[in-house]
Design a protein around this ligand. Sequence first.
Ligand code: C2E
Ligand code: CA
Ligand code: CA
Length: 603
Amino acid sequence: MSASKSILKQHSSDLGDYTGGNDTTAKAVKEVTAPIAGCDLSLEEALHCLPIGFSIFDANHKLAFCNKRYRELFDLPQELTAPGTAFGDILRYHIETKNGRPLNDEEKKGINNWLINHAKKIDDEKSFSQINQSFDSRFLRAQYTRLAPGGWVDLQEDITEKLQSDRKVSFLATHDALTRIENRRSYRVKLNGMLTRSRKGDTNIGVILIDLDGFKSINDTFGHPFADKVLIMVAQRLRSALRSTSVLARLGGDEFAIAESMERGAIDAAIICKRLLSAFEQPFRVDGVAVPLTASLGVALAPQNGTKDEELMKNADLALYRSKKVGGNTFHFFEKEMDVDMRKRLALESDLRSSIKDGDFILHYQPIAKVDSGEIAGCEALLRWEHPKRGLVSPDDFIPVAEETGLMVQLGAWVLSQAFHDACKWPEDIRIAVNVSPVQLRADNFVENVKSALVNSGISPNRVELEITETAILEGGRDKIYKTLVALKELGLRVALDDFGTGFSSLSHVHSFPVDRIKIDGSFVQGLGDQPTKSLAIVRSLTQLANSLGMETTAECVENAEQLSVVQAEGCTEIQGYYFARPTTAENIGIIALSKSDPKSQS
Ligand code: C2E
Ligand code: CA
Ligand code: CA
């Protein structure tokens, strides 16, 4: 015999020989069984059709009527649906079924008290509703309404599914669909709650912003579905590096945020940051591929770095920016000067924008010489910013800002067309070398830009050499950059690897990519004086590498005869540097080239 059946048996005997109920019950029964005027249906039959449980209890808390749905919801046996059944019996039956055992004395007493309070509440409040959980864990919303002659109407609605879908909606509204951690909106709400509470007490609140280093190249190399899996793993690792009370959110893209109360302020924040960084120590393994990944972190603390969520997030972002600047895989705390630096940077950005519109840029050209003959082989275009108030700004100061803001794409396009245009005025045998920023190279329309600059200027493509860096290959995604370089080669252009030796200098980048020249970074040439053995070893190995791969080499920053003789002895094919010529205007290059005179005398 099942638990519910045995309980039922016990209740049936408790019911005794109940025979009819009082006047109110009889009246109620009469009302519900009366036919509805104008239709062939009794009110009782209509009530049985309702999708919600409906019952009437009389002034003595005895059942007058219950519909089919009511019986189903509580799985009531016939005996407990008969008019006159005590509400208490139905309730006891329900709880015993839920517990799977008969009630003990203590519980019976508790239920009696509950019944008294319940009846009183209906009397006092006339109507109220509450949500209860049924024996089979469904959620029922009960609506009790007092009847004038005493007793009440009880409506029971199964809202399990509605609650579930409400919960789902609220989960979706507050969580990131991909990683299933909190989203930006929820982060702000929770951070605000923490800040409000902390104002009352004395705790510090730490805001940590996290940005993955070079995540874009994962996206470009392996595609979005792969990168999404990495993001999910990142979220999981971050979560497990944190206390359960800390708030972890994905703000969007590869940006995450943490909010946590930190009793010891910066000490706690530093410990957490180290833990978060160590979550990246192992590569992320997705679809059998192990992807190494690091992150940059920025920390702002409340109340010392701000008391409002926006201010804290802005300051943590400035600290994060510092971490990025130094190469990532580290954390920084917000400092006041970061704000000052950022303001300067924003001012520079705004000046850059207006200067691009006003055309405050010019190009200088630095001749590059053939080592053997000393003749000009070509010229490298070097960008100069002549700002009305700032004066002459070094490319090292403004190009990074132009790259970060994306302005470099527009500026770079101007450089290409201006350089081609200027070079057309020089003799045909002078090559024109143009620096291409990683931002330009990975822009989708780069090849098109180059093509139209070629067509508009009418320059012969074999006179053009584009200087790119290893970082451009790494950051832009190897496959994508490879295709771009192949397309450029098909146009008839040459490609040089600039500043070679400063990055990873991986042989694989050189030999598998269509590169015609290696430009040995100036630091090694200059090092020939300061660190002769080491620099010589590097210059030698880079030259040999290039020679064996059939590439040409240019030694940069050759400043004296001694450096020239070393790089010449090592087999570099070309040199560039103040010893031969300083950068100068396009007109001067024209004069130098046409007069075929020694460029040294013109600089
Ligand atoms: P880079 O491409 O390595 O350019 C060579 C830099 O070395 C130039 O600095 C040049 O003036 C300097 N230089 C040449 N010979 C010597 C020498 O003998 N000794 C020393 N100490 N320096 C020498 P500049 O013009 O200040 O340019 C700096 C960097 O800015 C360039 O380095 C390049 O990375 C970037 N840049 C310049 N123009 C452009 C451009 O149009 N587009 C892009 N994307 N980057 C550019
Ligand atoms: Ca260059
Ligand atoms: Ca260089």
